[in-house]
Structures are given as structure tokens and as C-alpha cells.
Design a protein around this ligand. Structure first.
Ligand code: GUN
Ligand code: ZN
Length: 428
């Protein structure tokens, strides 16, 4: 017997990218209801039409709430959950002072299990159904994360973070152990249920050329894996990269020359890009991930959303927990809006919602499965209360249309706005 139900509310479905329409709202259709069967979306339309299609289906009425595809957070570090919001450092000092000492703890499987579960529960409560996470150098940290995600039925991406230099004792592997341990984890987890593996060199300063070479070879041997890393986050980081790799044409080249540039590559931050880097990223169809709360929190810079979108880059949105200061994709959309304003390009609510769902799904090459509500897609959904606090309610009360209402929640909302989450059709 198949499980069927109909969700009603203001069901938002994208028909195109709002960045590619003259008017962003032309990319969106609103429906009264969506029919779910066995964890997937069957169809959208009026409540009556869905009931005619499935007369026996249970009804789950969400009133005037906004029903969206679950948020997709395209770049996070789940092991940084317990040290989020650590004060006052810039990137390299922040890594050495706060991040590496915390990541050291993940050799302990029980600790890794605790944080992995805590992280996934926190992010689900914020409406995020898919994340793409860095783990730590320890294979246990990857096992813990995939085990916790599998138990929750979630589609996630993760990988062992590889580092063989410029990291403390106890937090370094080698080119060979990085290859071997990553490959064992790929064999164990990649493609199991909804889990996907990302080959994960942390960033070029913490890998020797030999390790980057090994990661490139691993990717060639496992081309269906994603590959995630960091790129051009802070200017002093870029100077350091250039001094470590004197033969590289630019930061991206430190990946490119080792076979670490590709269509399934995901490059976090990508703020201070040179012309050649932009050209090559677009040529390969690689994904850039905008991490706005992190970029302001660590003081990294202002991502060029408008210029990069206009040249046809593939762009996702992410919290970058715990360099980012929030677990919330609503807060992350607000920060993206603020950075857009500082660059003279106010993003429309439809564009922000698209980035947090379909844009990030495209970055992870999962746009056929998640990140939108459309027939055949997996039913990962978030239901948003558009009047979740007194401050938001009084603003929504005088909004002229859905976009004004949604924008108030994007700017001021948090986990209190999330009234329900569905993972593969299952209410959480
Ligand atoms: N660059 C290398 N590692 C990290 C990290 O953990 N967080 C951020 N924001 N940038 C990085
Ligand atoms: Zn990161």
C-alpha cells in the first residue's frame, strides 16, 4: 500500500531561475496543494484537483503558510557546531585558535556522534534538509555524520577533510593515508541511500602538492563523487597560497594543476577571483558557494553575486557553520541581501529563496532530485509561518503581496518561522 498525502498552503514552485527572468516573480508559480506519494512529489495544483487525483490521500493543511523545498546548505563544517560564534579573529588565526582545537576532538567516535546528531537536529529545526559538510581528518567523523544522516533519511554530502601540512600534530594525515582513508569511506558510503561522498582537501595551504596530486587521482578514480574545498576567501590567505605555490598562475590553479577543477567541484567563498579563475570556473561549470554570514563575520569580503550570475556561473548559498554565525538559511538569505546592497544590487525575495533551494541544489548537482517542488522531485519540504514573531506579524499585516510578506520573514525570521519540515515525505 503506497503512502499518499496532500499538503495545502501557499506552495511555491520555481519554473525558471529568477536571475534569468526580467521580473524575478515570473520564475515562480504558487499552488494551493501538492500531492506526495512514497516520499516524492506527484503533482501540484488546486486542492480539488489533487483530491481528484488521490481521493484516499490524507490531508495536511498548513493554512496560509508558505510551503517551500527544504533549504539546501551547500557548504558547512558540522564539526564546528560547538565553537560557532568565536570572537575576534581573521581566517588563519581563527582556524588555529578555535577551529583546529575543536576538530581535534573528533577522533573520539562518541563525541563525533554527539555533534553530528546535534548538528542535524539543529539544522532540521531551521528548515534545512540537505547539507554538504566538511568533516575532520578522522574517518570516525565521517562515519558519525553519515550514520546520523542515514538515520534521519536525509540527502547529504560529506567527506573526510584532508590536511598534511600547516595544521597541528594530531590533525594531519599524509598524501597516502588521505587517499586510502577517503577511498575506504567512498566504498562504504557513496551512493548508499541518500548519501554522497565529496573528496575534501581542506584548502591548498593545508595540503602539500603531493596530497593535492593524490586527491586529483582519487577524483579521477571516483568521478561520480563531488569534490569540495575553499577558494579565495581572504586576501592574506591568497598571498599565502601564492607563496606556497610559486608556479601557480592563481589560487584556482593550485587545484587545477592537480586535476581538482571539474563540473562536480564545489568551491566555497570565491570572493576575490581573478579574471582567469572566473573564466575557468565557468568553462568547467564548477560551483561557487556564497557564504555571506561567514564572509562578514570573519571579515573576508563581498561576494560578487551580480557579476558572477551575469557571466553564467553556477552559484549556491551556504551558512559555512561555524565560520558562519548562524545555522539558519533565513539569516543567510538576509546576509546575502545585505551584501548585495553593499554592492548596489538588492536581491529579490524570489532570488534569495531560489539560491537557498534550487541554486544550492544545482551547486551539488542534485537539481533533478531536490531544491524545488515539482513532479518527480523528492519531498523534502519546509513549511514557513509568515507571522512567526510579533515583530514579523505586524510587518506582514501591512504587506501588499506575498513577496513583501516573505521578505519580512527572510530578514527577521529564524527557527521560530519553521512550522514543519518533511524529509522524503516524512514529517519531522
Ligand atoms: N578555509 C579553510 N578551512 C576553513 C574553515 O574551516 N572555515 C572557513 N570559513 N574557511 C576555511
Ligand atoms: Zn568552509
Amino acid at each position: 500500500m503506497s503512502e499518499e498525502f496532500i499538503i495545502t498552503g501557499q506552495v511555491l514552485s520555481f519554473t525558471a531561475s529568477p536571475f534569468e527572468c526580467d521580473i524575478p516573480t515570473e520564475a515562480v508559480q504558487l499552488h494551493e496543494a501538492v500531492l506526495i506519494r512514497d516520499g516524492s512529489v506527484v503533482d501540484l495544483g488546486t486542492r480539488a484537483a489533487m483530491q481528484a487525483l488521490a481521493p484516499a490521500a490524507t490531508l495536511r493543511d498548513h493554512g496560509g503558510d508558505l510551503v517551500l523545498a527544504g533549504f539546501v546548505d551547500a557548504h558547512v563544517h558540522y564539526p564546528q557546531t560547538a565553537m560557532i560564534a568565536s570572537w575576534g579573529k581573521r581566517l588563519i588565526d581563527w582556524l588555529n585558535s578555535y577551529t583546529f582545537p575543536e576538530e581535534m576532538k573528533f577522533g573520539d567516535r562518541a563525541y563525533a556522534d554527539d555533534i553530528a546528531g546535534r548538528y542535524l537536529d539543529l539544522t532540521l529545526a531551521h528548515g534545512t534538509t540537505t547539507v554538504c559538510s566538511f568533516c575532520t581528518i578522522h574517518p570516525e567523523s565521517v562515519d558519525a555524520f553519515f550514520t546520523a544522516a542515514q538515520a534521519r533519511g536525509q540527502r547529504v554530502v560529506a567527506g573526510k577533510t584532508c590536511m598534511d601540512r600547516n595544521a597541528p600534530d594530531g590533525l594531519r594525515d599524509t598524501a597516502q593515508t588521505a587517499y586510502d582513508q577517503s577511498e575506504t569511506l567512498i566504498d562504504r558510503w557513496h551512493g548508499i541511500d541518500r548519501l554522497e561522498y565529496a573528496i575534501t582537501p581542506r584548502f591548498s595551504p593545508t595540503s602539500t602538492p603531493e596530497q593535492l596530486e593524490a586527491m586529483g587521482a582519487l577524483w579521477r578514480a571516483h568521478p561520480t563523487c563531488l569534490m569540495q574545498t575553499h577558494l579565495s576567501e581572504q586576501t592574506d590567505e591568497i598571498d599565502w597560497v601564492k607563496s606556497l605555490f610559486p608556479n601557480a598562475r592563481d589560487y584556482l590553479d593550485t587545484y587545477e594543476m592537480f586535476g581538482l577543477l571539474g563540473a562536480r567541484g564545489i568551491y566555497g567563498h570565491a570572493i576575490h577571483l581573478e579574471e582567469r579563475e572566473r573564466h575557468r570556473l565557468r568553462e568547467f561549470g564548477a560551483a561557487l558557494v556564497h557564504c555571506p554570514t561567514s564572509n562578514t563575520f570573519i571579515g573576508s569580503g563581498l561576494f560578487d553575486m551580480d557579476g558572477l550570475m551575469a557571466e553564467g556561473q553556477r552559484i549556491g548559498l551556504a551558512t559555512d557553520t561555524g565560520g558562519g554565525s548562524s545555522f539558519s538559511m533565513l539569516r543567510t538569505m538576509a546576509a546575502a541581501y545585505e551584501i548585495g546592497q553593499l554592492r548596489g544590487r538588492p536581491l529579490h525575495a524570489a532570488e534569495l529563496l531560489w539560491l537557498a533551494t534550487q541554486g544550492s541544489a544545482q551547486a551539488l548537482r542534485m537539481e533533478e532530485k531536490i531544491g524545488n517542488i515539482a513532479p518527480g522531485m523528492e519531498a523534502d519540504l519546509v513549511v514557513i509561518n509568515l507571522a512567526s514573531t510579533p515583530a514579523i506579524a505586524q510587518r506582514s499585516a501591512q504587506a501588499q503581496d506575498l513577496w513583501e510578506t516573505a521578505f519580512a520573514t527572510i530578514m527577521m525570521g529564524d527557527d521560530r518561522a519553521v512550522s514543519q519540515v518533511y524529509v522524503a515525505g516524512r514529517a519531522i
